[in-house]
Design a binder for this molecule. Sequence first.
Ligand code: GLN
Length: 495
Amino acid sequence: MSARAPQGVLELAADVRARRTNAVAAAEQALARLEKSRGALNAVLAVDRDGALARARELDRRSASGTDVGPLAGVPFALKANMCLAGVEANCASRVLAGYKPPYTATFVQRLLDAGANPIAITNMDEFAMGSSGENSAYGTTKNPWDLARTPGGSSSGSAALVAAGVVPFALGSDTGGSVRQPAALSNLAGYKPTYGRISRYGLIAFASSLDQVSPFARSVADVELVTRTMCGHDERDTTSLPEPAFDAAPDADSLRGLRIGVPDEYFPATLDAAVRARTEEALAVLERAGAQLVRVSLPHSEHAIATYYVVATAEASSNLARYDGVRYGPRAAGDGSLQSMYAATRAQGFGDEVKRRILLGTYVLSSGYYDAWYRRALKVRTLLLRDFERAFERCDIVAGPTSPTAAFKLGEKSDDPVAMYLSDVLTVPASLAGLPALSLPCGFVADGASRLPIGLQLIGPARADARVLALGRHYQKLTAFHGELAPLAHEVAA
Ligand code: GLN
């Protein structure tokens, strides 16, 4: 492991609490690294320098007077641009929300603030979280710190890139169909989508409400677990949030004896990229040597997951995005003076191509005459996908497979082919449709020309088994060192 590895959340918070460093120093270091990496990455849309330094000074003042400043004391972090921190622009990387400063703070952000964490920046993303590469942002593409000609993954592109570049120890993304797990895989990070409902969506700007889930990135699974547990628990402002409090972390196990890991045939098709297959199989072998039993399982409806996702998610998006009409948020276009043409001109100018494509598709599948053929049928297939998992979990405790069908692809490689882009999510959307907890974590590298590109392992658990999934991830990280390896840009930024 590199001696220059940036501190993780746990170590940094402990250092701030023990006053080996202070919150102001931690914030200043993150802000300096952010500026150093800014040109190369284009990962950031807004920086809250004054707010971050003011919060840090207040934390240091309270800590100096003996107050417990919380488990995340002074830890700088970044938020995706679809998350609300009062007064800081959250434009979803869309022109339609340019200049929008939310008047309130999301519940999950408030819980992090209450635990002492310190938001410093708002990160770039695919517009309204629609995309898998960051290329759908209205504010330019984010680059991957492992190879600046490649995507860091998407849609939470900027949050992944900032953590991979060592700017902040953790960052938040949102995962609707894989937007945290896939960039985690492409950027050598842990990315965790909790069970649907674990984390309140109040203050997360909606894309597809039955799928959206706030999800953190960090280097280690222990860190994403700490951040997740801090954010979760019931919130009366989100009726879909689970009624129970945060889950407890499962204790470390000495071995994996007794744990059955299901390996779905469908996640290892003959066409799977050779390096992705090899690294995933090596990871499974590590778990087997640690005592786990590998069992073959089948998730027979997986081949329908992408089609189902793109009906359900676009239907919900078409409804959620109807509110951007030039009346309540963001810039307003004039049109010819009539109300209708003001709406049309605002939306025509405000939304990018991918968002328009999805609004059209979603409106179509919900329209009378097509609703039964498309939307209702997709809901039925969604239930079949859930049953696939329930059946698999009769024979195993956790399902494991690759996160992304390929390592990081080149910017521009798929941007003209929406269907090729949609297929990057083939391994992540099933857990989203089923609402299940799913973790991606580093499991090795592949050499591609001069680049060394990370590969991710995905672990999926039954609903509410968050603690089980994360405990297995922590165990794997005790046996492997991939997550300690830093991107070339992280070395430069830390120098
Ligand atoms: N890439 C998927 C999409 O474009 C997933 C997005 C997400 O999880 N926000 O919809």
